[in-house]
Write a protein that binds this ligand. Structure first.
Ligand SMILES: [Fe+2]
Length: 323
């Protein structure tokens, strides 16, 4: 642990573990209703997680912030200003590292057991390789939010996977238990969605745990959560943040834009060509999770862009980039 003054953070209870509910759909549903998440301990194939970890470490070595000779792959103290933090535009995204998880038969078989059908992976993933923060006196919440506020109409589960050991100092994910059926805690400023204020969250509802490879945390779209800053001395916080849903649900399109303007988009996927209207109720996501006004859509989206589109009755409910 870093010996400077520790930043303020509420005391956090432990996540509920749902391993005993696998194979019990009613019990799983009740836990989801109560908590807004499922946490499963040691259920994902650790060989797959180790493969992903190796790719992350190679990336950190190439970025100059870890040394290849260090068997523990610690942060080496080098300047990391060129290392993207909490970005979805990293080399790991370009390399489509998510396929190591989404394509692994053993991982899919866990989700088949959980859902009672095949999983449908929604192609947007954030790879986090966060080094220790420089200012450990800052509040530890990176960004308190509920993804649903930015993804109206997309019905996925958030799937957060630790790619290494993540203890209280390394940070990882903290969730607010049991608030997913409550009105959103996000305040708005016109079309801008503001982060949730820590003061608006009941402090006793925060949960976390010490995460290990093999664990997985699945969250409701409306469950408020935040990354916790990494205040360790020399550990990276390695985690993959992706999206999944049961394949028997209302699936979004995952395809490529053929043409787009302020009022319509044509998207091609494996099933063919889909033409969808865009209207004032469509949530078309901009660069920072904000909602674009229709006139700004052609400047942001172009033919060839890979997108995810939730749709109903011939119109776009939500459109966002794949990554
Ligand atoms: Fe999130």
């Amino acid at each position: 642990m870093n010996m400077q003054a520790r930043p303020p953070m509420p005391e956090m209870g432990e996540l509920n573990v749902s391993n005993h509910l696998l194979g019990d759909p009613a019990g799983l549903a009740a836990a989801w209703e109560r908590d807004g998440y499922w946490f499963f301990r040691d259920v994902l194939d650790k060989a797959v997680i180790a493969d992903i970890r190796r790719v992350y470490i190679d990336y950190l070595v190439d970025m100059g912030v870890a040394d290849p000779a260090d068997p523990q792959h610690r942060y080496n103290g080098a300047d990391y200003s060129a290392l993207p933090i909490n970005s979805n535009l990293t080399r790991l995204n370009e390399q489509k590292v998510h396929r190591l998880l989404h394509g692994a038969p053993t991982i899919n078989s866990f989700f088949q057991t959980l859902f009672g059908c095949d999983p449908f992976w929604v192609p947007f993933t954030v790879h986090r390789t966060n080094p220790p923060v420089q200012d450990v006196t800052r509040p530890r919440f990176d960004f308190i939010h509920a993804d649903g506020s930015y993804n109206d109409g997309l019905e996925f589960l958030i799937c957060w996977v630790p790619i290494g050991e993540i203890d209280a100092d390394v940070g990882g994910l903290a969730v607010v238990e049991g608030l997913h059926r409550q009105p959103s805690l996000h305040r708005r400023d016109g079309t801008r969605i503001l982060p949730i204020e820590a003061a608006d969250v009941p402090a006793e509802a925060w949960r976390r745990t010490d995460y290990r490879p093999g664990d997985v945390l699945l969250m409701d779209l409306h469950t408020p959560h935040s990354g916790l800053s990494n205040i360790s001395r020399d550990q990276f916080r390695l985690s993959m943040d992706t999206r999944v849903m049961p394949s028997n649900g209302r699936l979004p399109l995952a395809g490529t834009i053929l043409s787009v303007d302020a009022g319509m988009v044509a998207v091609a996927d494996a099933a063919g060509r889909h033409v969808l209207h865009i209207d004032e109720n469509s949530f078309v996501r901009g660069h920072r999770g904000d909602r674009l006004v229709p006139a700004d859509i052609p400047a942001r989206y172009n033919p060839g862009d890979a997108v995810i589109v939730a749709h109903a009755e011939g119109r776009v409910v939500n459109m966002r980039p794949q990554h």
